[in-house]
Design a protein around this ligand. Structure first.
Ligand code: AMP
Ligand code: MG
Length: 394
């Protein structure tokens, strides 16, 4: 059995970023940049006004003669001379010779074609200088930058409308267990609802990933073998649930071995999720998630999600962490990391976490209300109310 840190390290070492595709900017939002981008233009592209007001050519003068007007979008050939002003709109190109822009609201008097201002004014006031933010040829975004709304807006302002991004992986959810049914009408005695595919696909949704899902696969080696063979050839990630523990009907590991999947690890010192399996065949990654619903979802958040984010090129792959004060005492016997479903909230100047009842791995009610996993380290057997713990945000 390996530690949580070792297991996470192995996953992150094995999984590399996926293939790259060039997409129109609108289609690339939510993905991650797969190369460096240089600006084809200066930004701003020309000296322009930051305000509706008047361009002036002498900062020490109070009176200026208005000699014209420039609207945003117009070109201006004329040069402004000392003592002259020109009415300008926000974003308008400034005439040569402009030393400052005086906002409309700050004009003391406007009469007989002249304006009166309170002088002197600061040089370059309210002028957006050409290239002040970006010079043509500058590196504007580096590889592995997520294409957020802000990034998309920035790139489109520079006229960069096609970008290389990492492709999302093809994912298959593969629930196993002869006891599983997909519809309550099929719930005869001994059967249970298959729920892992629902929780896992819901957990993929915020990552903009839509998996394919197979109907529950019975614990019949021949059937599993045939289906897994196809699954491995068609997907980047195969998320098997169930059948990876030590029961006599847990055939998954054997079958994967016969299909030449290399085992990277099996069993992690954690609760829930001890029987977690991770393997690889060429560029297809296989997670054998424990069948119990809470175990499979915890393993998703702690291992599968980081692997998928790494494949998609994201720089931060693990759940966000913070420290919180535990609101109930906690005891455990095992030297395993416990991931405890709970609710974290901010109160009286600090984060506090309420660990829920019902932490057994078949119970999902606690997960349904949880917004975090409180992480109790392997070596810690007992925590008092008020002790600090690290939580992972769900
Ligand atoms: P296993 O890991 O196959 O031994 O499964 C452990 C427990 O999880 C058993 O009680 C299974 O019935 C249950 N289980 C396995 N797969 C699922 C699933 N997809 N949905 C709900 N429960 C499951
Ligand atoms: Mg099973």
């Amino acid at each position: 059995m390996i530690s949580v840190e070792e297991a996470q390290q192995i996953v992150m070492n094995e999984v590399l970023s996926g293939p790259v595709v060039t997409l129109p900017l609108q289609d690339a939002c939510g993905r991650v940049l797969a190369g460096e981008l240089q600006s084809p233009i200066d930004s701003p592209l020309f000296d322009s006004s930051a305000m509706d007001g008047f361009a002036i050519a002498a900062c020490d003068l109070a009176r200026h003669k208005v000699v014209g007007l420039v609207a945003a979008g117009n070109t201006i050939e004329k040069t402004l001379h000392r003592g002259e002003a020109m009415r300008v709109m926000t974003g308008a190109m400034l005439p040569q010779g402009t030393t400052a822009v005086i906002p409309q609201e700050e004009i003391l008097k406007e009469e007989d074609g002249t304006i009166l201002i309170s002088s002197p004014v600061t040089q370059d006031l309210h002028i957006r200088r050409q290239g002040e933010e970006v010079r043509a040829g500058d590196l504007v975004l580096s590889k592995n930058t997520p294409i957020t709304a802000g990034a998309a807006g920035f790139l489109s302002s520079l006229g960069i409308l096609k970008i290389p991004v990492f492709t999302p992986p093809k994912i298959l959810i593969f629930p196993t267990g002869s006891e599983l049914v997909s519809h309550p009408s099929a719930l005869q005695s001994g059967k249970i609802m298959e729920s892992n595919s629902c929780s896992l696909s819901a957990a993929l949704f915020p990552l903009n990933l839509v998996p394919r899902i197979v109907s529950p696969v019975p614990d019949i080696p021949k059937v599993m073998h045939a289906m897994l063979e196809v699954a491995l050839s068609e997907n980047d990630f195969v998320l098997i649930t169930g059948g990876v523990s030590v029961g006599i009907f847990d055939h998954v590991k054997e079958i994967l071995a016969s299909l030449k999947v290399k085992t990277c690890f099996w069993k992690v010192a954690q609760k829930p999720g001890k029987p977690l399996y991770f393997g690889r065949k060429n560029n297809t990654f296989v997670f054998g998630l424990p069948g119990n619903p809470a175990s499979s979802l915890v393993c998703f958040y702690e291992y599968v999600r980081p692997a998928l984010l790494k494949w998609m090129g994201f720089p931060d792959c693990f759940l966000k962490k913070c420290e919180a004060r535990l609101l109930k005492p906690f005891f455990k016997k095992e030297e395993r990391v416990h991931f405890v479903r709970g609710k974290v909230f901010y109160k009286e100047g600090e984060w506090q976490v309420d660990p829920f009842e019902g932490q057994e791995s078949h119970k999902m009610g606690s997960f349904a209300k949880a917004n975090c996993l409180a992480v109790i380290p392997a070596a810690v057997k007992e925590l008092k109310e008020g002790d600090a713990v690290v939580i992972h945000w769900l």
